[in-house]
Design a protein around this ligand. Sequence first.
Ligand SMILES: *[C@@H]1O[C@H](CO)[C@@H](O)[C@H](O)[C@H]1NC(C)=O
Ligand SMILES: *[C@@H]1O[C@H](CO)[C@@H](O)[C@H](O)[C@H]1NC(C)=O
Ligand SMILES: *[C@@H]1O[C@H](CO)[C@@H](O)[C@H](O)[C@H]1NC(C)=O
Length: 442
Amino acid sequence: MAAITPLLRLLPVLLLLLPPALLKYLTASNGPAKDAGIGELHPIVLLAGLGCSDLEAQLTEAYRPSVPRCGAMKGKGWFSLWQNTSDLLAQDYVQCFEEQMRLFYDPAINDYRNLPGVETRVPKFGSARAFHDKNPLHPKRCLDNVREALEELGYRDNDTLFEAPYDWRHVPPVPGQISRSYSQFFQRFKALVETASSKHEKKVIIFAHSYGGMIALEFVRNMPLAWRNRYIKHLLLSAPTLSEGFMRMVQGLISGSEHMIYVPTSEASLRTLWRSFETSIMGLPSPKVFGHEPLVITKQRNYSAYDMEDFLAAIGLEDSIEPFRRRMIPKMNYFEAPMVPMTCINGVGIRTPRQLLFWESDYNVSPEIVYGDGDGGVNLRSMTAFEEEMCREPRQKRQFKTIKIYKVGHSDLVTEEGAIKRVVEEILEANRISSNTLRTTF
Ligand SMILES: *[C@@H]1O[C@H](CO)[C@@H](O)[C@H](O)[C@H]1NC(C)=O
Ligand SMILES: *[C@@H]1O[C@H](CO)[C@@H](O)[C@H](O)[C@H]1NC(C)=O
Ligand SMILES: *[C@@H]1O[C@H](CO)[C@@H](O)[C@H](O)[C@H]1NC(C)=O
């Protein structure tokens, strides 16, 4: 007893040492959290993964519909194109949707664009209700649970809590590359961060999941270093899909990828649509990480990461070779550290495709799959390669942390209770680091 008493006496003092938000988190009763912590919180911007942002379209006079009914919205202003895909069947709009949603690579500008006469935009920029999943089978992948947990902490929509939706059909450029879609997005993102930061006189935390991780990373790397130092508090990436590449993207490219986006249509139509997006050739395995290992195995020939152009031709995607060469290869070869405090959270210990066997070279049948380690989508070797790259820069290494959560899959990282708790802890930790409340409280 005697030994315990001093510790018990110390307990209130120890609790005082914690920042108010964390204290509230740890001692919260079940009731809704009070707003007490708001003043201490750094603003946060969330980016969810592929397909989570809505898209709106408008059809101008230049639009030539393939069938008359697809032109019904011509001249009628903005309407929701990618918002509720379950609704497309009921509206008999699947064919029109596919036509208005698809992208084309334009070699003259080395960038992707819509069909002539189709204009698109991303609604709800900045709102903490910008993302939602279109797939009724897993409706929570678009950060709903993370957002709820943050609101419990005292984060508030349009005050300290924001979302940065983006046109996920496009791939963010590395510095030096042009992307009309992202140059606009980066401008909005920059303005959002600056406004939130000056309102609270605090730097901003960015939390991004999956493909949002690549967007967030490229946003930060495209900003001048002085700007990053001034405005970015912490970059927190959960299961980021990066240009190290992963085999799931090869699978998606072959199959049409019902796992990547949800549209109630035939496998063949979805494949054509998916393959028109720049995103479809993002994240193919990079030679630096996957080396000469055979990734796609057939009777006649094997394809390694060095053979991705031949592989594109083999699956009938000759048209994707040029954009792959001109837009994706430079990304694979770009390894600058973002030079801001950074944490990567990844799931591991889940069966993840490593090699695909199409023995008869028939890409319409399901392959035999050889599995390795990863989060079910991203291969462990890609995560490791990225971490090594970040640690090669000593000034990044000092402010780089990785967290591996065993047996939690790619999407479960933002839906499972335990994983969300970990994310919230990291966000609180990021809040704590520079906060001077510690000294004043004492
Ligand atoms: C989407 O559309 C379907 C079918 O029309 C409907 O049942 C569902 O409630 C809609 N979902 C949302 C989120 O609006
Ligand atoms: C968000 O907050 C700003 C002021 O900080 C206000 O001008 C704006 O109207 C708000 N937007 C929404 C959608 O509430
Ligand atoms: C393809 O790779 C497999 C597995 O490594 C190997 O057994 C086979 O000999 C290779 N085939 C060709 C044609 O190189």
